[in-house]
Design a protein around this ligand. Structure first.
Ligand code: SF4
Length: 365
């Protein structure tokens, strides 16, 4: 139960300073904004291509991890038309290692749509942006605000945290999203909508951090309910996570001299179109013996050797454990249908997801 003093402070500050929050926030942003490779310098106009590319890359990935990928992409494809003209294979190869590969496929599909259907110019409204592949409500709002200064507030994890603390939102995520969205719009300045959104993102990333927020440096600290109550770190409230059931399977790493046997995953679905070594199904409770029966049938292969230990990986909806088997093929052994030999030395050029990198490293160790 909040103390009487905290309740009084909450009432007073909420009444007196609501309208000045956007101004305080922008003044702070003008002094402390992060320098990010995709962000326009003060006074410059944002490039919708760079804003879109960064927003797609940042979905479920950190700023630190995205930086080098963003630089690689803009160096290779300087605008959306160049990316739309690239092959999907090239895009997947450049994306390899960034995870969540459906994003790369949608990225390419979106670049093709913008190039062919919009003459190389991104739509400048949320509605127009949402009609493009891979652009959901959040990304559409982010691009509309940052690239086109539309009066809208994209609410990411950082903004959710700041807003839920400012207002001490008791409702749990994800149910609280509409409430937080509505509250977040009170922080939009009448002009400079894009800067308001980026200011909140930066505040969440650098000051209002998940642990030990630096409230004394926060431009909104006099007006923050959670701070007044001393309960900052308990927000946002979250429903307990349900972790998926562990799935198990086997991966088969076959070498032929300096080459390795690989195949491409089906275009649709998890890790769609990415390169992998042959493997079994991934099923909950699968026995090793059942998984091993799905090894590729190749004439003249040495005996399968089981590597000690297993490779583990966590996807969004389930954890996975793969047992790894290795075998050697004779020179001139033909690859089974749908598979191919690739030189181990050029594996870095393949669109290998992180899981497969771990499997191959484990096998060749
Ligand atoms: S005062 Fe503290 S808890 Fe409140 S918004 Fe600022 S940094 Fe976050």
């Amino acid at each position: 139960m909040p103390s009487a003093t905290a309740r009084k402070k909450e009432r007073n500050t909420t009444v007196t300073t609501l309208s000045s929050r956007p101004t305080l926030l922008l003044a702070w942003y003008d002094r402390h904004r992060r320098r990010l490779p995709w962000r326009a310098a003060p006074g410059e106009t944002s490039d919708p291509y760079r804003v879109w590319l960064s927003e797609i890359m940042l979905q479920q990935t950190t700023v630190k991890a995205v930086g080098p990928y963003f630089e690689k992409f803009v160096a290779r494809w300087s605008d959306v038309t160049a990316l739309g003209d690239a092959s999907l294979d090239d895009v997947l190869r450049m994306w390899a290692g960034l995870g969540y590969y459906s994003r790369a496929r949608n990225l390419h599909a979106c670049a093709v749509a913008v190039t062919r259907e919009h003459g190389g110019a991104f739509p400048d409204t949320e509605e127009g942006l949402r009609a493009l592949p891979g652009i959901g409500p959040y990304t559409a709002a982010a691009i509309a605000a940052i690239a086109f200064d539309r009066h809208t507030m994209p609410v990411d994890g950082n903004i959710e945290r700041v807003v839920s603390r400012l207002y001490a939102v008791e409702e749990e995520l994800p149910q609280a999203k509409p409430t937080i969205q509505q509250m977040a719009t009170t922080l939009l300045a009448n002009a400079r909508a894009g800067d308001s959104a980026q200011a909140l993102m930066d505040l969440g990333a650098s000051i209002c951090t998940p642990k030990k927020p630096a409230c004394s440096l926060c431009p909104l600290n006099e007006d923050c309910v959670a701070r007044a109550l001393g309960t900052q770190e308990t927000f946002p409230r979250k429903a307990p996570k349900k972790s998926g059931t562990l799935r198990r399977g086997a991966a088969f790493v076959v070498t032929r001299g300096d080459e390795l046997l690989v195949r491409s995953r089906p275009e649709k679905g998890l890790l769609g179109g990415m390169t992998e070594v042959p493997g079994s199904d991934w099923l909950a409770g699968q026995e090793d013996a059942t998984a091993k029966q799905q090894a590729p049938d190749i004439k003249g292969l040495s005996r399968w050797q089981r590597k000690v230990g297993a490779v583990t990986h966590v996807f969004t909806h389930f954890p996975l454990e793969l047992v790894v088997y290795t075998a050697k093929a004779e020179a001139r052994t033909r690859a089974p249908s749908g598979m191919r030999w690739v030189p181990i030395a050029t594996l870095a050029d393949e669109a290998l997801p992180n899981l497969m990198r771990k499997v191959i490293a484990h096998a060749l160790d």
